[in-house]
Design a protein around this ligand. Structure first.
Ligand SMILES: Nc1ncnc2c1ncn2[C@@H]1O[C@H](COP(=O)(O)OP(=O)(O)OP(=O)(O)O)[C@@H](O)[C@H]1O
Length: 324
């Protein structure tokens, strides 16, 4: 790590990252800080740019602009050194099909310090994979286990995983997730992208939700869950309009069903709740902590809904009802 990153205890630092492909802008000024000793989970819809981000971190792709440091190194200038220091499993690991499970371990060991083969063999044996079987005849899950073993065998300070549990059966999945938490407790860092929200909820301490090329939300999972609520407002009349919530509340998504308005709100408080309850036409307000899945939907689909044109019914409400 560079002295500066080291002082801040950050293993990945990205600032103002932009990635533009012809006809497709994937990253639009993204900032990211990953604390060492954490499990950092990157969530996003299909095509949000998770793999693109990981390819930039691992030096396979040069960003259009912006700065990125991984373990204090520049992924383009120091790509080989970064790949030696980190462990990386892509969403479609390229493994030499003509080699056996044992041979691929010996081959990969030549790029790493002593001790690699022994650790690799121990992991392969834990996963119950026959050493002398050829890679090309392994099942999808067995290949995923070999790829993970190869990425873990040099005990990297940073492990980067693109969709790590796809192909693993529930038992191995659970074992694997627990081992990621153990790594973080031992001071190692795990950076993973995933669609499995319930898994992320179990293992991650920091979560980032990517949307339109930026992090729409990023923070410690416990803090995000504490600061974001699902708020349900019951109205006397479906046409009653509710003026915007006072600051610091921020509405991430909103939907109306009859007389009920349901919002995902950041920074909701008992004071704001009392203020809404006191308004004319409001029958009651309920709030509860939002789940990670609700946050994800709010930050992706909900944003589009908030930006879309108001329905004729909503416009009418705005015209005919004066806020109290
Ligand atoms: N080399 C490329 N040239 C042009 N467009 C690309 C290239 N690589 C990726 N893209 C586009 O960038 C966008 C983000 O792709 P990416 O694979 O990073 O998404 P993702 O979040 O990993 O998606 P998924 O969850 O489906 O795996 C997509 O629209 C994809 O088509």
């Amino acid at each position: 790590m560079s002295q500066q990153d080291h002082d801040r205890n950050e293993v990945i630092v990205a600032t103002d990252l932009e990635m533009r492909f012809p006809r497709c802008d994937v990253l639009n000024g993204l900032d990211m800080h990953v604390r060492s000793g954490s499990v950092f989970a990157l969530l996003g819809e299909n095509g949000a740019g998770k793999t693109t981000m990981i390819r930039i971190l691992t030096g396979f792709l040069k960003p259009t602009s912006g700065n990125v440091r991984v373990c204090g190194l520049n992924p383009i200038d120091d790509a080989l050194e970064i790949r030696r220091r980190i462990g990386y499993v892509s969403d479609a690991p390229a493994l030499y099909d003509w080699m056996t499970v044992a041979e691929i371990g010996w081959f990969t060991a030549s790029f790493y310090p002593k001790g690699f083969v022994e650790t690799y063999q121990a992991l392969i044996s834990d996963y119950e994979i026959p050493e002398h079987r050829k890679m090309k005849v392994l099942s999808k899950g067995q290949r995923a286990k070999v790829a993970l073993s190869l990425a873990l065998a040099h005990d990297p300070e940073l492990l980067i995983l693109d969709e790590p549990t796809s192909g693993l059966d529930p038992l191995v999945r659970r074992q694997f997730l627990e081992s990621m938490v153990d790594r973080a407790s031992a001071g190692r860092t795990v950076f993973l992208s995933s669609h499995q929200i319930s898994e992320v909820e179990r293992v991650a301490d920091t979560v980032a939700i990517m949307h339109e090329g930026k992090f729409r939300l990023c923070g410690e999972l416990a803090d995000l869950k504490d600061s974001i609520s699902e708020v349900t407002i019951n109205l006397d009349d479906p046409l009653v309009s509710i003026p915007s919530l006072p600051r610091p509340a921020e509405v991430l998504s909103e939907e109306t069903e009859g007389r009920q308005r349901r919002m995902i709100v950041k920074g909701f408080s008992p004071e704001i709740c009392n203020e809404i309850v006191a308004r004319n036409g409001v029958n009651g307000v309920r709030d509860r902590a939002a789940s990670l899945e609700e946050l994800f939907v709010a930050c992706t689909r909900g944003i589009a809904a908030l930006r879309s044109e108001p329905s004729p019914e909503q416009s009418l409400a705005a015209e005919v009802v004066e806020p109290s």
